[in-house]
Design a protein around this ligand. Structure first.
Ligand code: SF4
Ligand code: SF4
Length: 192
């Protein structure tokens, strides 16, 4: 009798810090690289944490809603500190390593909800971001919910907060960040 293999439970790949380092061009190259998604209620707290640590932090808008223009910002983004848009300013490059051997987040218990949710990107069925090194290693594996409760809760929180209001247009902020030549100028672009 054929028995299905049990899904492999998610855990960070030994020594990996990819999700705190690399940022992607999204939704296309022209929009530039995106930063870590920051909810409006998280922005000031992160700015305070950066000030306390003497870190330069660049948080810019990400999504807004509004009929005639970007009237209400529903998400911000925290940009990487390198010129190419990579490397989270809160990643500790000098201290002790995390238990899995990767670099540590210097604000781990206060990290943004997007970091707490990662690599979960969908709830039913549970889907993991293909950019995560765990997924690259176990590409044929369906993740189960074991060990992902915290990530799933954070994802629900983000979905509830970023839900665009009915009948309003969505505006996306082009970051002009990265090494591509034909990026849009930094600023708002009407999406829908
Ligand atoms: S990319 Fe995936 S495996 Fe690597 S640190 Fe991030 S969550 Fe863990
Ligand atoms: S805030 Fe922490 S967990 Fe989030 S990307 Fe930066 S270093 Fe990584």
């Amino acid at each position: 009798m054929h028995t299905a293999k049990p899904p492999i439970v998610f855990s960070c790949v030994s020594g990996c810090s990819d999700c705190c380092i690399y940022r992607e061009y999204y939704p296309s190259l022209e929009f530039g690289k995106i930063g870590v998604l920051i909810l409006p209620e998280e922005k000031q707290r992160l700015e305070r944490l950066a000030r306390k640590k003497g870190l330069a932090l660049r948080i810019i808008p990400r999504l807004a809603v509004g009929l005639k223009g970007p009237e209400k910002i529903i998400a911000y983004q925290m940009m990487g500190k390198n010129a190419d848009g990579d490397l989270c300013p809160f990643l500790d490059l000098e201290g002790d390593l995390a238990p899995h051997g990767g670099l540590r987040c210097s604000i781990y218990k206060d990290r943004p909800a997007a970091c707490s949710a990662y690599p979960v990107i969908s709830e039913k069925p549970v889907g993991l971001d293909a950019h995560c090194r765990f997924c690259k290693k176990h590409s044929t594996t369906t993740a189960d919910r074991d060990g992902l409760q915290h990530e799933l809760e954070s994802l629900s929180k983000i979905r509830a907060a970023v839900k665009a209001e009915d009948k309003l247009h969505i505006w996306r902020y082009a970051t002009a960040t990265g090494t591509e030549k034909n990026m849009l100028a930094e600023g708002w672009v009407l999406e829908i």
